[in-house]
Design a protein around this ligand. Structure first.
Ligand code: FAD
Length: 490
């Protein structure tokens, strides 16, 4: 009998609980990855993310080969096909044990529960493991044992849990090669199903974007590990001061690797903790702040486990469902294309469109503009981000959108509305980012570039091909506040 390791959002061999258990089970191991086209479409996976997954599958297959584990790659065209495909592989290879790491989102949990039920009924043992979070949601709760709804108290509790049990940061080494040989028939089956496609027709991607992505985001957990080490050594100490300036290469850019599970959050926290002399909340301010950002990631996962309604298109704050959001397609498209007439918003959107990634400060500015200045439903923005981000991750994306739209876990009341002009002057003072992504403004001086319409006439703007502001921020702000007030019945 063999064991099956089903890989999903955990494309790594280091610090992978399910893989390590599968290898320790004393039987030959086959690995499986399902190219879940239907699921990926349904969940708005960006082509650039799909491409990243396929590239990482190749490096994963090589690492697994060194452990004597073949990687079987199968395709599921529709959402409903994943289950029969997994069951078929289990039966083809005669697996008696199946291992995977838990996925937290509601559709994935339901899918896994059904598969586990079928396998158990067929006499196959299922081992469900944790690889997505450092601290499991059930370990973090308030004094009256209810879940946290605000980040800072959650973080404080999270830190106290890890401080009390530092073994939570123990990393799982790469398993030893599996000694037991595969029966020939299974080895042949694995060989027949080992092909990893270069691209998928259902997820087309411009060549330019592909080239850029391959250069900016090389595949493999070795690359991710090296990036983490380099970041902590060279930029970790400055992170707190520089992280908000999108033109500076001051953040780790590890989210892409985390979103596909090429690196674990535990490894990120562990190495930062070591660099900070085994402290999480005190010590070097840059490292402390960086750890707290990884805790944001944990927090949004926690929220989706404790409040699964956020997985069902619902706002975290249910009462905000009464806000009369706009569904103006034309305005939405101007935002998508980076043609709002607000240079920092346009730079943000064009960074997303041309690179598949966006700096966190810009994500907040762009999301605030869509939801507060245009009053467009945050769910439209959430979807567009997901469809274009290489690091698209349901929990962080939904959490970030809801936080910015004031439907989520932001502890401030709804009047947190970013002023795009002030944000631009503060965080991109020399217009470096604007010049890079909005080239028609590149020739403007620093005092004009943030708000070209103040100095340039309509004619001049038309000549350089840049739109006038699509709304007046002050008026839009008042309208937004009035609408939130109305919706809350105040
Ligand atoms: P660093 O600054 O180096 O931070 C280290 C790690 O901490 C990141 O890799 C990430 O895992 C985590 N982190 C940092 N900031 C946040 C945050 N605000 N929320 C949750 N985790 C965080 N992140 C995604 O990974 N996928 C998404 O789809 C996504 N969508 C977002 C949408 C909106 C509207 C907003 C406001 C934020 C979103 N974020 C998302 C969070 C954040 O913008 C990115 O994680 C961050 O920009 C990644 O860059 P980095 O790896 O250089 O981060």
């Amino acid at each position: 009998a063999t064991s099956l390791m089903w890989f999903r959002t955990d494309l790594r061999v280091f610090d992978n609980e399910a893989l390590s258990k599968a290898c320790a089970a004393g039987r030959p191991v086959v690995a499986l990855f399902v190219i879940a086209k239907g699921e990926w479409k349904h969940h708005d996976f960006a082509p650039i993310k799909v491409d990243f997954v396929l590239r990482n599958l190749r490096t994963l297959a090589q690492s697994l080969a060194k452990l004597n584990i073949p990687l079987v790659v199968r395709t599921a065209d529709a959402v409903k096909d994943v289950r029969p495909v997994v069951l078929d592989v289990v039966s083809q290879i005669g697996a008696k044990k199946v291992f995977w790491n838990k996925e937290l989102e509601i559709d994935e949990s339901r899918r896994d529960a059904r598969i586990a039920e079928d396998l158990t009924a067929a006499g196959v043992t299922v081992s469900v493991n944790n690889s997505q979070m450092v601290v499991l949601p059930d370990l973090v709760f308030t004094k009256d044992r209810s879940p946290y709804t605000v980040y800072t108290p959650y973080k404080n509790c999270w830190i106290s849990v890890v401080d009390a049990s530092p073994n939570l940061l123990d990393l799982i080494p790469v398993p030893d090669p599996v000694a037991a040989a595969l029966p020939e028939i299974v080895a042949n089956y694995a060989k027949e199903h080992s092909e990893i496609p270069d691209a998928l027709d259902e997820f087309p991607m411009p060549d330019e974007l592909r080239k850029r992505a391959h250069a900016e985001w090389p595949a493999g957990e070795r690359v991710a590990h090296e990036r983490l080490v380099t970041f902590l050594e060279q930029r970790g100490a400055r992170y707190k001061d520089e992280r908000d300036f999108p033109a500076k290469p001051s953040t780790s850019r590890l989210s892409t690797y985390q979103a596909s599970g090429v690196i674990s959050s535990k490894l990120c926290v562990r190495l930062a903790w070591e660099a900070n002399h085994k402290r999480l909340a005190t010590g070097q301010p840059g490292l402390v702040h960086w750890i707290s950002e990884v805790v944001w990631r944990e927090f949004y996962r926690y929220i989706l486990v404790k409040f699964p309604r956020v997985c069902m298109n619902k706002p975290f704050k249910l009462e905000t469902d009464r806000v009369a959001w706009s569904y103006d397609k034309e305005k939405f498209e101007s935002w998508c294309e980076g043609k709002t007439g607000y240079p920092i918003v346009d730079a943000a959107m064009r960074q997303l469109n041309t690179t598949g990634w966006m700096h966190n400060r810009l994500r907040m500015i762009a999301a605030s503009f869509l939801t507060k200045d245009l009053l467009i439903d945050w769910r439209w923005g959430e979807k567009y981000f997901m469809q274009n981000l290489i690091d698209g991750d349901f929990a962080s994306n939904n959490g970030g959108w809801q936080w910015t739209a004031s439907t989520g876990t932001d502890s401030q009341p709804y009047f947190r509305i970013f002023n795009p002009l002030l944000q631009s002057e503060k965080f991109d003072p020399e217009g470096v980012l604007i010049r890079e992504f909005v080239p028609e403004l590149a020739g403007l001086s620093n005092d004009v570039i943030h708000e070209p319409s103040r100095k340039l006439s309509s004619k001049q703007l038309a000549r350089i091909g840049y739109p006038e502001p699509m709304v007046d921020h002050g008026a839009a702000r008042n309208k937004c506040i009035a609408e939130f007030k109305r919706a809350s019945g105040k």
